[in-house]
Design a protein around this ligand. Structure first.
Ligand SMILES: Cc1ncc(COP(=O)(O)O)c(C=O)c1O
Length: 385
């Protein structure tokens, strides 16, 4: 039997390394300090709201732009936390997570063959999403020490085919929280060359040491050049609910909604009701951020003592730790840690364009169950000691 061919688009994609990791961790029962799975449960008001929505018959399609009550909740939160005035009617679209938001943004601003600039390293899914859109990814390396944005390199990567720059802040996997100088420079390039800055801000609340979160949303002159992606996955510990949002000016929002109507039609109706039922205080759990900051310090110290090269993350949920000092490439180290210590860490190969560069880093998260994380670090210390 000859099978019909699969698309070139899909054939060029590899399976996500992180999805494979999840299966490995479950199969061997390892302690997982690799994946950014939210540690808590959604607010009880959200769960009650979703149950109530199911019981009271909210089972069908709803407004593809998203439930107005939820868009209003997002707008109220943006005003309270960032002083940003965003119109829920014409500038907010509820998505199936920031993952769908990324796809929508890229499909709305690129044509096949156009170029999209990604930072290197980057969240694993971006590269494949750019490819699925038929666009071409150009990677611009963040510079060490400190994973700084190299504006000259960014400018040099812009070609007549460039349409967008994707920035994730706070950044997965490095923990950088890009500052106003960096973001202003990116927006400046977008204005100069007519590009869109797509910012993935799913970790916007998780910033440490009193730093502010800087977003194009509050930068002057950015609005026509910016699509901001947000998510409730991490903020409200509801990654399985698949609820996120896209923010853009009305013209871009109209384009995003055309895509959204064809990708998913809309996010789940009853779960949007649930998310809308959670109150603003749940959206700003300052204690959780303080706890994560403390755990970040614990993990950074402990990895440093084991001989990893660590730059302390400014935000987000992850530490990208260098393995060169240990003399072992990260993929070998990760395999040894799973089999000999029952600890799952993510090899850096998932995040870098060049495999050789990825083999110099592992990514760990400090947000999972605290006791298990302490145990995982102790097991690593014993194995490496
Ligand atoms: C940088 C980044 N963007 C997007 C996502 C996925 O977000 P969502 O669950 O809203 O699709 C993740 C999840 O780990 C992430 O780390």
């Amino acid at each position: 039997m000859t099978r019909p061919p699969l698309s070139r688009r899909v054939s060029g994609l590899s399976a996500l390394e992180l999805a494979q990791l999840l299966r490995t961790a479950q199969a061997v029962g390892a302690i997982d300090i690799a994946l950014g799975i939210p540690p808590g449960t959604p607010p009880s008001a959200a769960v009650a709201g979703a149950v109530e929505a199911l019981r009271s018959g909210h089972h069908q399609y709803s407004d593809p732009a998203g439930l107005l009550a939820l868009r209003e909740q997002v707008a109220a939160d943006l005003l309270a936390t960032r002083g940003a005035q965003v119109d829920p009617e014409s500038e907010i679209t509820i998505t199936c997570g920031a993952t769908e938001g990324t796809m929508m943004a890229l499909l709305a601003v690129t044509d096949p063959g156009d170029e999209v600039i990604l930072l290197d390293p980057a969240f694993e899914t971006y590269f494949g999403t750019v490819e699925l859109c038929g666009a071409v990814a150009r990677r611009v390396a963040l510079r060490n020490p400190g994973w700084r944005l190299d504006i000259a390199a960014l400018r040099a990567a812009i070609s007549p085919r460039t349409r967008a720059i994707v920035v994730n802040t706070p950044h997965n996997p490095t923990g950088r929280s890009f500052d106003a100088t960096e973001l202003n420079a990116i927006i400046g390039l977008c204005c100069e060359y007519g590009l869109t800055c797509i910012t993935d801000e799913v970790y916007e609340r998780f910033i440490y040491d009193g730093r502010p979160h800087v977003s194009p949303l509050t930068l002057p002159g950015a609005s026509a050049h910016s699509i901001v992606l947000g998510s409730l996955s991490k903020t409200l510990s509801m990654s399985g609910w698949r609820i996120g949002y896209c923010l853009a000016d009305p013209e871009v929002t109209a384009a995003l909604r055309k895509v959204h109507q064809r990708t998913t039609i809309g996010a789940s109706t009853p779960l949007q009701h649930g998310a809308a039922a959670s109150t603003a205080s749940w959206w700003n759990d300052v204690d959780e951020v303080k706890q994560f900051q403390h755990r970040r310090d614990e993990m950074a110290n402990s990895l440093d003592q084991m001989g990893f090269e660590v730059s302390v993350p400014e935000g987000g949920w992850f530490i990208l730790a260098g393995t060169e000092g240990l003399g072992v490439p990260s993929d070998e180290l990760a395999a040894r840690l799973v089999t000999s210590a029952g600890v799952l860490v993510a090899p850096g190969t998932a995040f870098f364009a060049e495999r050789a560069e990825g083999r110099r880093w592992i990514r760990t998260t400090f947000v999972r169950d605290h006791e298990l994380t302490v145990e995982a670090l102790e097991r690593m210390r014993k194995l490496l000691g």
